[in-house]
Write a protein that binds this ligand. Sequence first.
Ligand code: 16G
Ligand code: ZN
Length: 531
Amino acid sequence: MAQFEKVSQYSVQHPKPTGLVLQYGTAGFRTHANQLDHIMFRMGLLAALRSKKTKSTIGVMVTASHNPEEDNGVKLIDPMGEMVTPAWEGHATRLANAEQESLVMTLKDIIEMEAVDLSQNASVFIGKDTRPSSETLSQAVLDGVSSLDSHAYDYGLLTTPQLHFMVCCKNTQFRYGTATVEGYYEKLSQAFIQLTKHAPNRTDDQKHLLVDGANGIGALKMREMEPFLQKELKISLHNDGSQGKLNFLCGADYVKVQQKPPEGIKMNAGERCCSFDGDADRIVYYFINSAGQFHLLDGDKIATLISTYLKELLTQAGLDLQVAVVQTAYANGSSTHYLVETMKLTVQCAKTGVKHLHHAAQEFDIGVYFEANGHGTILFSKAAEGRIQQLTVDPNINDEKKSAAVLLENLINLCNQTVGDAISDMLLIEAVLAIRGMTVQQWDAIYSDLPNRQLKVKVADRRVIETTDAERRAVRPAGLQDAIDELVKKYQKSRAFVRPSGTEDVVRVYAEADTKEAADTLAHEVSVAVY
Ligand code: 16G
Ligand code: ZN
């Protein structure tokens, strides 16, 4: 078949190093950029097949998010802008690891297994981050798509959530928005400007926000977007990529893990600051107080701010829609306690990894999901969106209800419902703080985080650890959970768990307790039990 001849020909230019085995992990393939050329070509092939199968546009994003600049990676995006379905993650791993001579055979196998009609048209959207390696690697994706005579549209530089947005817009016939960067900026900024109208008389200080762009794509895109915001937000952009290295001593992951401000940003006491990660799908906020102490507002604090505001608006609008918050085992115990006990919200725990949280959040009228590391968004069910929309045009309701419904409608438009999005989340947070007239200190004071500690443990084979209950309990090896339970009992307000990492060859340990010393000691004792 001519189609496969082309695949064979092109694949020679993207040879697989013999014996190299890589897995489609929690967020796609991710490793040193010099091992990825063949993977990119093959993901181009697979995206074309997935597009033929679903009769929809599929996305391929070239990025390694918060990893060092020398790494790169790739993830596939399904028709509604969500992460590719698990069965196809399996196909991705198989295709990636087929040795050069069996590539076409593996491809044919997948075509047969999925009953892909090769005569069907295919369309693939491609995006990339600012890593130097992304240029040639995205070219390899294009080669893969073209070698199956499929249509590729290369958007060039995009944040990961922007590509998710484009794919969703395209496949919903633009009901979700226009599949261009301008369409993205316009949709979000219009919603933001509408929301800020409910917060008149904001001072320049209140409009001012320091943004750490991690020297990556988020900084670039923030610059592009700023004019659309019509001065309703005054951004001081730092780590904009003009000097520093991507993710080096800056970015959301650095700030969260190190629990300190990034380099390259000068903060005055009480100033609101936020950091994006390398592909702008995560965000964390922080400030320093007058005593110079650093305060981090992570994904848990973001979820709390947003879910409590949504609940308030629903009450005002008289809508009985259920708001649920989806967290992971890493959520600080204080956040869960506050959401359940004080706010009386439904809280669910999902396994680490955006796809798990996203999936869980889809079960509710309104699902707010955030990982503690700052990745998250809000999902509104079609029915919830419909009821809110209806209320905005209902002639029989009072002004208070109508105003709440209009605010909710604008919040829906401001959310990137396809995936966590640093830019969209930032605008959401800024809007909520503005409307409520809240300072970052007041937001931080909603609850106090329990001291916590994370450690990595290197073991011979991390897969010997098996977990259950959304990774909060270990079922294997035998005896490990009992040992953890005994250790936890020694401390107050304590909790600990272990889980094998999905992105690194390590076991992760998490512990929290009423004091820093107790959390540190508990984490250390649990890591000893893991050996
Ligand atoms: C990936 C996930 C992130 C998760 C992290 C956990 C996506 C887009 N990203 O970066 O959500 O928190 O993995 O890493 O799903 P770990 O398994 O090494 O702890
Ligand atoms: Zn990321």
